[in-house]
Design a protein around this ligand. Structure first.
Ligand SMILES: NC(=O)c1ccc[n+]([C@@H]2O[C@H](COP(=O)([O-])OP(=O)(O)OC[C@H]3O[C@@H](n4cnc5c(N)ncnc54)[C@H](OP(=O)(O)O)[C@@H]3O)[C@@H](O)[C@H]2O)c1
Length: 247
């Protein structure tokens, strides 16, 4: 993915990492369209950042995905990139059946959402000279945080889906990248004030410089996430799982 010259859609761009990347990519000379459910944030972003465009989308709703992607393609026919950023993270107590509604909600947003967006956008991307799909997993795809079981499972599934997608699209001009964030100080799970969270600006700086230096990278790995990403291959899996279990 080139760092400049793209027309980039970021569903999940109203806050946190999505908004941060929207501003960075806009500053780097891309056309950027952010999406999300919170209309007041979409209005605020377009008012404060002329040049950033917005579309309302609920990625848990297939009809909303169909409407919003059709709108974006119609209004920005040069659309050639997407960062599938929309996601939620919630704790679940698996010792009672009460977790099920939360689990289903997380799967709908974090797994079905990106899959439905890929289905909606890939035909258009195939018509472009080149295009990029960026999926968003997590370090927790590689070692689970036991308090958020379904979240970890959806991110592991996104990692696996991304690997297959890349193979199946290998003969096309559509590139597939996976962004694998560590714990970053956003509103996700109230991480904003956690002492062990990576500051958002540091994450954005490092991420943009990795993409600029390695436009063909398959995974975007800031240094901080390697602890989780390579735990198993480096023989540290059990120790890291014990640490994440709070034991
Ligand atoms: N921060 C971390 O530590 C971390 C680590 C690893 C991975 N990640 C991943 O990075 C992504 C962004 O998270 P963040 O940390 O930036 O959290 P955030 O500030 O809470 O941002 C989440 C974004 O997703 C959007 N979203 C959630 N549900 C949606 C839905 N149904 N439809 C449309 N948009 C929806 C939100 O927009 P609206 O509320 O306006 O809809 C918001 O823009 C997530 O996929 C997360 O799993 C984050």
């Amino acid at each position: 993915m080139n760092i400049t010259g793209n027309t980039l859609f970021i569903p999940g761009g109203t806050s946190g990492l999505g908004l941060g990347l929207a501003l960075r990519f806009r500053a780097a000379g891309n056309t950027v369209i952010v999406g999300g459910r919170r209309q007041e944030l979409l209005d605020q972003i377009t008012n404060e950042h002329p040049g950033i465009h917005a579309v309302r989308i609920d990625t848990a709703d297939p009809a909303s995905i169909a409407d919003a992607t059709a709108q974006v393609i119609a209004n920005y026919p040069e659309l050639d990139s997407v960062i599938l950023m929309a996601g939620i993270m919630q704790a679940e107590d698996l010792t009672t059946p009460d977790f099920l509604a939360t689990s289903e909600r997380i799967i709908t947003t974090n797994l079905l959402g990106p899959i439905r967006l890929i289905a909606a956008l890939t035909p258009h991307f195939a018509s472009r000279p080149s295009a990029t799909i960026v999926t968003v997993s997590s370090g927790l795809a590689f070692v689970p945080l036991p308090v958020t079981p379904t979240y970890n499972a959806t991110k592991a599934a996104i990692h696996s889906f991304t690997e297959s997608l890349r193979v199946q699209l290998a003969d096309t001009a559509i590139q597939v990248m996976e962004l694998v964030p560590p714990k970053v100080a956003t509103e996700l799970m109230g991480n904003a004030d956690a002492a062990d969270s990576m500051p958002v600006d540091e994450f954005l700086d490092e991420t943009m410089s990795i993409i600029a230096a390695q436009p063909d990278a398959t995974e975007i790995l800031v240094d901080r996430v390697k602890f989780l990403r390579f735990a198993e291959v480096e023989g540290r899996y059990d120790a890291v799982l014990t640490m994440l279990s709070g034991h």
